[in-house]
Design a binder for this molecule. Sequence first.
Ligand code: NDP
Length: 334
Amino acid sequence: MNWIFVGASTIAAQHMIGAVRAQSGHDVSWIVSGSASRVSRWAGDHGISNATSELSEALADDSASAVYISSTNEKHFAQAMAAISAGKHVLCEKPLALTPTEAAEMVKAAKNAGVVFGTNHHLRCSGSHRKVRDLISSGRIGKVLSLRLFHAVHLPENLQGWRINDASAGGGVIPDITVHDADVARFLLGEDPQDVVAQMVSSGMGRGVEDSAMSVWSMPSGAMVMSHESFTHPFAGSGLEVHGDAGSVFATGVMTQEPVGTVELVTASGREAIAFSGHSLYAQGVAEFVEAMSGTERPAADGVDGIKSLAVALAVRQAAQTGTRVEITYGEFA
Ligand code: NDP
């Protein structure tokens, strides 16, 4: 089965081409880039047989049935809508679009066209996050009181482009990382944040966009979520903690692209190291998308998950901009 990749991006090169090729019988047959001069070289570097700067040329290829979109964020909407119109299944990068309204339009168009739509939220595909969710749902920590998300990292130099200086391309740490944290909270706790208070700053890297944010979300169950994202923290490390009335889970180094980190459960019986699967996060996400295309499963994160993570992230930004508590609305997807 052939895939069209839209966006000659770092994530495609570093993780997603390999994730597709890890699936038996799957390959990337097209790369689409906005740059005619760059696309042929990129295709050659990655062993992709067809290269174009015209999305419509790739979409006209009936031998390709799936499209993966990893262009800059402002392009996702039009590219996804074109792919859906061409009858292709779409796995789109986060944030799905610049607004939840656009994201909802994409998801509804896919539903009407009868194609699968997935959001590439990789963290919920990791063995560590799935194990933490299992510990919570099996009652090992009792009633969940709070979740703390530590996702303040240092943006590598090669990614210090549109993310830190181009609001129109969807730059800023909130659309980049807070969307992931919103998905993690929803995935782990099985409920949608209902309102948020927040602050954001530009602390040395962001130019015209925020590079750091802290926020607190309330959940319908009464649990509180504390979330910290940054591009400017070289040594902070990442992780999450879930605290319940019968135990706590400490997952260290797990807000990452690799299957690394540790998970520990602490209860009245003591401290216990929890083993988890070390599979590739991205290959797992693609495998579940492939299952969804065959009609047997849903994608790891579907379109509604992508709409909701974006809604939470943009509410964080609004709360920080206005200094008010912002209620998060999910419209018809509530
Ligand atoms: P990049 O900055 O690497 O690429 C984005 C676009 O910039 C490319 O599509 C390409 O445009 C252009 N570009 C990239 N490198 C060059 C270059 N050397 N010279 C000229 N143009 C270049 O973005 P990322 O890979 O970091 O992110 C892409 C998308 O993926 C974003 O939506 C992001 O949010 C998401 N992402 C998701 C991750 C996840 O884990 N789910 C992780 C990282 C990113 P063109 O295609 O037109 O040539």
